[in-house]
Unconditional design. Structure first.
Length: 698
């Protein structure tokens, strides 16, 4: 379809893009009959998608036409959290919201906070008109840390940016380390390339605390303890150096700080790392030999392993491995955590930070929203948060230490506006819910953090009910707030063009829906890292200048295994297979596939607690308590339980989810959350005998 109208004619296939937080960023084809989207499938012409979609997105029409979809503005009519609302007109909603925000901003605009993340990964419906609106107001800035901040900052200080291998070349690798990634469920199209490499004779090794579906399909699984990845990486370096399995020419010409790194690595013999990681010594030695003697060798790193105290250091350590062996010389060698740094997006033109003028608002970390909503005005913090505008996120479900998040959102003096498709846990606490369009109903531009193509999303159908795109909502609020700058008149197609600028052929995007970036096949074959030195920086002057360790090191978890006898089990909370963070939880067919909230527990740990498979259990620590069903499973290693998430709280047995237990402590780099740095205890649940969290920990 080459038309650029927003209302396609009957009987079309419309090109689009998946909006969800996944590295694959698939190209979509939506079949429309009589104005109704009847099918969504992968675009077979897009090489990265190859016509294949995950189970979740293949059911996107079920989500778009869900009977519980919010299709008109709603105003709260009961207590916060009750989910009681009354329909109102758009004019009443927007007039009231603009008046309330305007009154607060007149006193202090920093008392207003936007809260958003990757409910859509789109550049236009994400932070385009919204960013302009809040910059013009002078609202508090949001530090968007909740997913990838530690790993992203680690790459910045090691290889210079979020860059890496091109995903398609993994098919040519001879050894692939899949580190902290359940690729079958969270990176399906990478897994296709890994399987092709396997058919060609490559060895696949999974490194993960959980025996995932991916681990089961690999040749070997290193089931280490959560938060010990840097110790493993340093032990691998120890073996590479002592056995001279390193590329000295590449190190000399294209790296910085090798001697210092070698001294650090030599403190980590495999025996020491084995004790820290809970792994056999022989397994560490064998992996080091494989990495040091196989070319081309590649690492597919993902973000789960950086959600612990030392997550940034762990990513730094792992990112050193390809440079030590010269793996970057080959297009099928190196590392990929994120490719997002490759895209030439003009964020300043899109977000317009110049609208701030000379103002420099404070920044609030989204990962500590529970504490920050409960803080009072002070010289160190600034004004109390009086208004919250939430879009593309569900913080009551996804933010850590959710009991505090709920307490903050329940404040009667907090004015909360939520742009949403459904009455999520967060929307239940809103003063106004504004109905937003889904991906099938608006324009957007998408980049990727797993491949290197730009994608254009066309609206396939007209907005349902009274739903409006995020951009339209913020334009309308800007008008009511008296913001007259010309940028607030930009339509969505103009914003799409602004996002990609002149370096991407927009006519090609219109014609085929995607456009690949022109990039080298082996980005660091001759060095040229985008660091200050132009080298892979084993030792970082920039970190040292901040008073931090210039070298990567293993930092024990905030809540290290064995450190608290009252809570002897480490808990990680990987995503349930049929959900994507908290998206799709309310799609009945997908929720039916998951059943209900589960805790995977090793047979040894279950037996010690008198827990049988299928028992209802209470998982608890000092922060809270969560009830769910125990699944005795080999997916959990002894001493570690897996609380699958992220369920909406309202679907939990006691109105909670696993984030009742996680903490607001932050990572070493990037100020990110530490979801997988969490100690708990588990007991069978006996109705009528439930103790408070404090009593349970006494």
């Amino acid at each position: 379809m080459n038309s650029v109208t927003a209302s396609p004619s009957v009987g079309h296939t419309v090109r689009g893009a998946c909006p969800h937080d996944c590295p694959d960023t698939c190209a979509l084809l939506t079949t429309v009959e009589n104005g109704v989207a009847v099918r969504v499938q992968g675009n077979p012409e897009h090489p990265a998608t190859a016509g294949v979609l995950c189970t979740k997105v293949a059911r996107y029409p079920e989500r778009t036409y869900h009977p519980d979809r919010v299709l008109q503005p709603l105003k709260r009519s009961g207590p916060k959290g009750s989910g009681q609302f009354t329909p109102v007109s758009w004019d009443e909603a927007l007039d009231t919201i603009a008046a309330r925000l305007g009154a607060i901003a007149a006193r202090n605009p920093e008392a207003v906070l936007p809260y958003s993340y990757a409910g859509t990964m789109g550049l236009v419906q994400g932070e385009a008109m919204a960013a302009r609106f809040f910059h013009r107001m002078g609202a508090s800035l949001l530090d968007r840390t909740i997913c990838s901040a530690a790993g992203g900052e680690a790459l910045l200080y090691t290889i210079g940016a979020k860059l890496g291998m091109r995903v398609e070349f993994f098919a040519e690798s001879r050894l692939i380390l899949i580190w902290g990634s359940n690729s079958i469920t969270s990176n399906l199209h990478f897994w296709r390339h890994a399987q092709e490499a396997k058919r060609r004779g490559a060895r696949l090794v999974c490194i993960d605390p959980r025996r995932t579906e991916t681990a089961e399909k690999c040749h070997e699984h290193l089931q280490l303890l959560p938060g010990t990845d840097a110790a493993l990486a340093l032990a691998l370096m120890h073996e590479l150096i002592t056995h001279d399995w390193i590329d000295r020419d590449y190190i000399e010409r294209h790296t910085l700080g090798f001697e210092a790194l070698a001294a650090r690595a030599l403190q980590w013999p495999p025996e020491r790392a084995a004790e820290v990681c809970g792994l056999p010594v022989a397994q560490i030695r064998a992996l080091a030999q494989a990495w040091g003697t196989t070319q081309p060798a590649a690492i597919r790193l993902n973000y789960g392993m950086q959600r612990v105290r030392g997550g940034g250091n762990a990513v730094r350590a792992i990112a050193c491995l390809p440079a030590l062996t010269g793996a970057w010389r080959h297009r099928a060698g190196g590392l990929l955590l994120s490719s997002s740094g490759a895209f030439p997006i003009d964020r300043a033109a899109l977000h317009r930070p110049d609208l701030l003028g000379t103002r420099r608002p404070r920044t609030i970390n989204m990962s500590t929203i529970g504490d920050d909503l409960l803080r009072v005005a002070s010289s160190g913090f600034g004004p109390k948060i009086e208004a919250l505008v939430v879009y593309n996120s569900n913080p009551v479900a996804v933010a850590p230490e959710s009991a505090k998040v709920v307490q903050g959102f329940a404040r009667e003096d907090l004015f909360t506006v939520v742009l949403e498709h459904f009455r999520t846990d967060t929307a239940d606490h809103a003063d106004f819910i504004l109905p937003a369009t889904t991906q099938l109903e608006h324009w957007d531009i998408h980049t990727s953090y797993g491949h290197t193509d730009v994608l254009l999303n066309r609206p396939a159908i007209a907005p349902l009910g009274q739903a409006r795109p995020n951009t339209e909502i913020f334009r309308a609020l800007a008008t009511r707030m008296g913001y007259t700058e010309a940028c607030f008149a930009d339509d969505d197609l103009t914003l799409c063009r602004t996002a990609v600028g002149a370096r991407v052929d927009f006519e090609r995007l219109l014609a085929q829906g995607f456009a690949p970036l022109e990039l080298p096949e082996a980005p660091f074959a001759e060095g040229n890292f985008p660091t200050p030195s132009g080298r892979c920086e084993f030792w970082s002057e920039r970190l040292a200048a901040q008073g931090l360790d210039g070298l990567p090191d293993h930092l024990p978890n905030h809540e290290a295994s064995g450190s608290d006898p009252r809570h002897p089990l480490a808990m990680i909370s990987p995503p349930a297979r049929h959900f994507l963070n908290s998206s799709f939880v309310n799609v009945e067919s997908l929720r039916a596939s998951e059943g209900e909230p589960l805790l995977e527990i090793h047979a040894t740990d279950a037996a010690a607690r008198g827990i049988a498979d299928g028992d209802e259990v209470r998982v608890y620590n000092d922060r809270g308590s969560h009830r769910c069903i125990a699944r005795i499973s080999p997916r959990a290693r002894a001493g570690v339980v897996n609380g699958l998430g992220v369920w909406w709280r309202k679907f939990g047995r006691d109105g909670t989810n696993v984030n009742e237990l996680t903490s607001q402590r932050l990572t070493d780099l990037g100020r990110g959350p530490t979801f997988y740095d969490c100690l708990v205890e588990v007991e069978r649940f006996a109705p009528g005998a439930q103790r408070s969290a404090a009593e349970g920990c006494a």
